[in-house]
Design a protein around this ligand. Structure first.
Ligand code: AHG
Ligand code: MN
Ligand code: MN
Length: 336
C-alpha cells in the first residue's frame, strides 16, 4: 500500500526531462504513449483465459513462427497507439516484414523497434511473457522515416526497456540514466517505482540456456556450461540452472538476482546459424539495459552487442548477456 504514495512512472519521466532544459518533451511523450499500450496489453494478458484470446491465430510471422492471437493483439495495440502519437517517424516490429510508417502529418523525431510479445509460445500455459522496445533518434533528412533510421547500432539507442506480464506487471526502462523498475497497481492503473536504480549483481547465481541444444554448440560453449556445473571456489556450489524460454522473464530474473543468459549460434544445424534472438527487438535493447545496470552483453565472438551495425531488420545474433564477471569469463571460454 505504501508504495502507492511513491513516484509514478510519468512523474519519474517528467523529473528526468527537467534535468535536460533543452529537452522538448518528445521522448517523455513517446514513453508515456508506450506505457498506455503496455497497460492495455497487460489487461488483455490477464484476461486471456476468459476472452477467447488464447491459442494460435493460424498464421506464421516473417520469422516462420506460429503467431498467437495475443501476439497479433499486442502488435496491433502498439502500432495503433504509436502511429499517431506524433513522436516517432517509423517503426519496426518482430511480427512484420517491412517498416511500419506512421500516419501522414504525425511524423516525429524518434524511431521505435519492438517485440510486441516475447515468449509467446508460453502464453497458453500462464508463464511470464513481455514486450520489449528500443528507441533511436531519426538520422535521415526530411519528415519521413526510413529503414536506415531503424538500422542503427545499439550504442545509439536513446531509450530501451521491457514490460513483463508476470505475477505482477513490471516496467523496466532506461534513458541512459540508470535502470528503473515500476510495478503496475491494477486497481488504480498506475506504474509505481518499485526498483529504483537497478544494479545487476557483479556475479551470477544462475545460468539460463536451452541445454537441449548442447549437441549443436561449439566446444567452447559446451566447456563453459560444463564448468558452471563444477563447484565454484567462491560459493562452494555449482551455479543453478533457470530457463523459462521467455527472454524477458529470464533476463528480468538475472537482472535482479544475478545471472547469465546464453543463446549461442549453432555449429551443426543450419536452422539457427546465428542463434535465435533478434538484434533489433531483443538483443540490443536488453544490452542497453544490462550495460546501464553494470552488466555486459556480447556475441559468442566476443563482440559487444551494442557495437553491431544492423544490416537487416530481422537479423539474428548469438547472445551472451548478464552479470559482468560471468560474461567476461564466458567470453574467455567461447572466443577461441
Ligand atoms: P518470441 O516469442 O518473441 O518469438 O521470442 C521467443 C524467444 C525468447 O523469448 C526465448 O528466449 C527464446 O525464444 C527461447 O527459445 P528456445 O525455445 O529455442 O529455447
Ligand atoms: Mn521475442
Ligand atoms: Mn515476439
Amino acid at each position: 500500500m505504501k508504495k502507492r504514495l511513491g513516484v509514478t512512472v510519468s512523474r519519474q519521466i517528467m523529473d528526468s526531462q527537467r534535468l535536460h532544459p533543452q529537452a522538448t518533451g518528445d521522448l517523455s511523450g513517446l514513453l508515456n504513449e508506450l506505457i498506455v499500450a503496455a497497460k492495455i496489453i497487460s489487461a488483455e494478458v490477464n484476461m486471456a483465459g476468459l476472452a477467447d484470446i488464447l491459442g494460435q491465430s493460424g498464421k506464421k510471422n516473417i520469422q516462420g513462427e506460429t503467431v498467437q492471437k495475443l501476439d497479433e493483439f499486442a502488435n496491433a495495440t502498439i502500432k495503433r497507439r504509436m502511429e499517431q502519437c506524433g513522436y516517432i517517424c517509423v517503426m519496426t516490429s518482430e511480427e512484420e516484414e517491412g517498416i511500419i510508417p506512421v500516419l501522414d502529418g504525425y511524423e516525429g523525431k524518434y524511431t521505435l523497434a519492438f517485440d510486441p510479445l516475447d515468449g509467446s509460445s508460453n502464453i497458453d500455459v500462464n508463464v511470464s511473457i513481455g514486450t520489449i522496445f528500443s528507441v533511436h533518434r531519426k538520422i535521415t533528412d526530411g519528415p519521413k522515416g526510413s529503414e536506415r533510421d531503424l538500422l542503427q547500432k545499439g550504442s545509439l539507442q536513446v531509450a530501451a526497456g521491457y514490460i513483463i506480464y508476470g505475477s505482477s506487471t513490471v516496467l523496466v526502462y532506461t534513458t541512459g540514466e540508470g535502470v528503473h523498475g515500476f510495478t503496475l497497481d491494477p486497481s488504480v492503473g498506475e506504474f509505481f517505482l518499485s526498483h529504483p536504480d537497478i544494479r545487476i549483481p557483479e556475479r551470477a547465481k544462475y545460468y539460463s540456456v536451452n541445454e537441449a541444444y548442447t549437441n549443436y554448440w561449439y566446444d567452447g560453449m559446451r566447456k563453459y556450461v560444463e564448468y558452471l556445473k563444477e563447484i565454484d571456489q567462491k560459493t562452494g556450489r555449482p551455479y543453478s540452472l533457470r530457463y523459462i524460454g521467455s527472454l524477458v522473464a529470464d533476463f528480468h530474473r538475472n537482472l535482479i538476482s544475478g545471472g547469465i543468459f546464453l543463446y549461442p549460434r549453432d555449429r551443426k544445424s543450419t536452422d539457427q546459424p546465428e542463434g535465435k534472438l533478434r538484434l533489433l527487438y531483443e538483443a540490443a535493447p536488453m544490452a542497453m539495459l544490462v550495460r546501464e545496470a553494470g552488466g555486459l552483453a556480447v556475441t559468442d565472438d566476443g563482440q559487444d552487442i551494442l557495437d553491431i551495425q544492423p544490416v537487416d531488420l530481422h537479423q539474428r545474433v548469438p547472445l551472451i548477456i548478464g552479470s559482468r564477471f560471468d560474461v567476461e569469463r564466458a567470453k574467455r571460454f567461447v572466443v577461441s
